[in-house]
Design a protein around this ligand. Structure first.
Ligand code: ATP
Ligand code: MG
Length: 473
């Protein structure tokens, strides 16, 4: 039987040697090129089953060569390796129809498994036109390993309409990723419409999403167009989906299943053509366990999960982020000392990238003309810690917290939300208390009732009225 022939192109000798040994050991025939010209020559002269190539080579960039190779052999799988590990590299590789993209340094086992997959799926990949995109259009900073993995998933999603669920701690970049998926996808010419479930009063969510007819409820003085209609043809970003009320979840599920919806009070169904991207910093699995999130809806939206790492798991990205935020936020020229940068790198940022960005914004505003020194950073960080402690202290008082919560609404908003503020605040309170205790007791109602000082029937009634599914308990 003819041996499978793989062409490897890389100007780095060490990589050539490693790949040669590993591929030959796996039974493949290997031909080597040291630059783009060598690769092009081999492709024209030899029969190749697969190409593994570096991107940046001394004479030419492999990305410029791939379209030429695809022209003479459209089905030839090409695996791209690169040390330029940005989202743009991953996207370009994907746009050019590369079989896969491997950020360097990579695990040889992973490469071999991709090679095996490429050989067995050989005819699957179609030629795609080159796309001339500029990295500056959408800066997603960070080339750490966890981010490269995210870029690879994103790149594969560029021409798809699959529903994506982005999870990750607060400030890890969920919204930014959602926007990037839209901006680089096929729907980029239509609108990206975000809606934050945690920021809208619960009883208004359905009308925000689906719109309402005039007079359909008290306060509905005119017809309202919902986000589903505004986002038609584009992307609807359901932010903080873990905070979606259960009734709205039921309605959303129906819309996703049927591809059409009714406005609140409406009678004729409206067809939708929408890509859904959802995000949450809550564990939906936990929410499902306590009956606060519908399991069937979870499976509908969790088609492609993207889990964003907290900044502490990718702290090698911090120096690049810091420099990015300095140039983004400073009109003057600020620069930062190396030791200050290293100090920031090892600092644990509780609010992730948002916290880091706010910190840099503050420093460049307070000290516009200075070079940022280690001393300055330490001083400002200790100030930051004090405010955090102060905030934490005030949050320990529940009444302060309620006041803070209520003060975000204007009087008009409070009036528009009808006349049950007292009841609503009580409900807002009951749910987390019950959630928490049910979780801590592993859903043991007897124990929970005891801790809460409620009788068991009352507890059951409350759980039911709060839509916390009893069958799961
Ligand atoms: N990779 C990145 N490169 C540059 N800036 C980033 C990156 N990730 C996040 N940011 C910035 O950090 C801030 C927080 O990001 P974003 O709002 O997307 O986070 P989030 O996960 O949605 O947070 P929350 O859960 O609090 O809503 C934004 O200003 C965003 O532009
Ligand atoms: Mg967000």
């Amino acid at each position: 039987m003819r041996k499978i022939n793989i062409i490897v192109a890389d100007d780095d000798k060490a990589i050539r040697v490693v790949l040669d040994t590993a591929l030959k050991r796996s039974g493949y025939e290997v031909t080597m090129a040291e630059n783009a010209a060598g690769l092009w020559k081999l492709v024209q002269e030899n029969y190749a089953d697969l190409i593994i190539t570096d991107v940046v080579m001394p004479d030419e960039n492999a990305f410029d060569l791939i379209p030429k190779i695809k022209k003479i052999n459209p089905n030839l799988p090409i695996i791209v390796m690169s040390a330029q590990n940005t989202l743009m590299t991953a996207i370009t590789a994907n746009e050019l129809g590369a079989f896969d993209y491997l950020p360097k340094p990579f695990d040889i086992k992973e490469l071999l498994s991709i090679v095996n997959r490429a050989i067995s799926e050989k005819n699957k990949f179609i030629d795609k036109p080159n796309l001339d995109k500029n990295e500056d259009i959408f800066p997603l900073i960070g080339r750490s390993k966890p981010m490269q993995e995210i870029y690879r998933v994103m790149a594969r999603l560029m021409h798809s309409d699959l529903t994506v669920l982005i999870t990750g701690e607060s400030g890890t970049g969920k919204e930014l990723i959602a926007k990037a998926l839209h901006e680089f996808g096929d729907r980029k010419d239509a609108t990206f419409v975000p809606i934050n479930m945690a920021a809208i009063p619960r009883e208004l969510i359905e009308s925000e999403l689906f719109g309402h007819e005039k007079g359909s409820f008290t306060g509905a003085i005119s017809r309202k167009v919902g986000k589903f209609q505004i986002a038609d043809g584009g992307t609807l970003f359901l932010d903080e989906i873990g905070d979606m009320p259960i009734d709205a979840q039921t309605r959303l599920l129906r819309v996703l299943q049927e591809g059409e919806f009714l406005t609140v009070g409406g009678i004729s169904p409206i067809k939708t053509n929408i890509r859904i991207i959802a995000a949450t910093n809550k564990s939906l699995q936990d929410q499902i366990k306590i009956g606060a999130f519908r399991e069937d809806l979870y499976y509908r939206i969790n088609v492609i999960p993207i889990k964003l790492p907290p900044l502490r798991d990718r702290n090698e990205d911090i120096p690049a982020l810091v420099n990015h935020f300095i140039s983004k936020n400073s009109k003057e020229i600020n620069n930062i000392d190396q030791d200050a940068l290293m100090y920031l790198k090892d600092y644990i940022w509780p609010g992730n990238i948002r916290e880091l960005e706010n910190f840099i914004k503050r420093i460049v505003t307070l000290y516009p003309n200075e070079s940022i020194s280690l001393e300055l950073v330490k001083e400002e960080l200790s100030g930051l810690n004090n405010t955090l402690v102060a905030d934490g202290a005030s949050l320990r008082s529940l009444s302060d917290y309620i006041e803070k919560y209520l003060s975000q609404f204007t009087l008009d908003e409070l009036i528009a939300n009808q006349d049950d503020l007292y009841q609503r605040v009580l409900v807002e309170f009951e749910k987390p208390i019950l959630n928490y205790v049910m979780k801590r007791t592993n859903n043991n109602q007897i124990k929970a009732a005891k801790i809460l000082g409620l009788n068991r029937n009352t507890l059951r009634k409350k759980l039911r009225s709060l839509n916390m599914d009893l069958s799961k308990l």
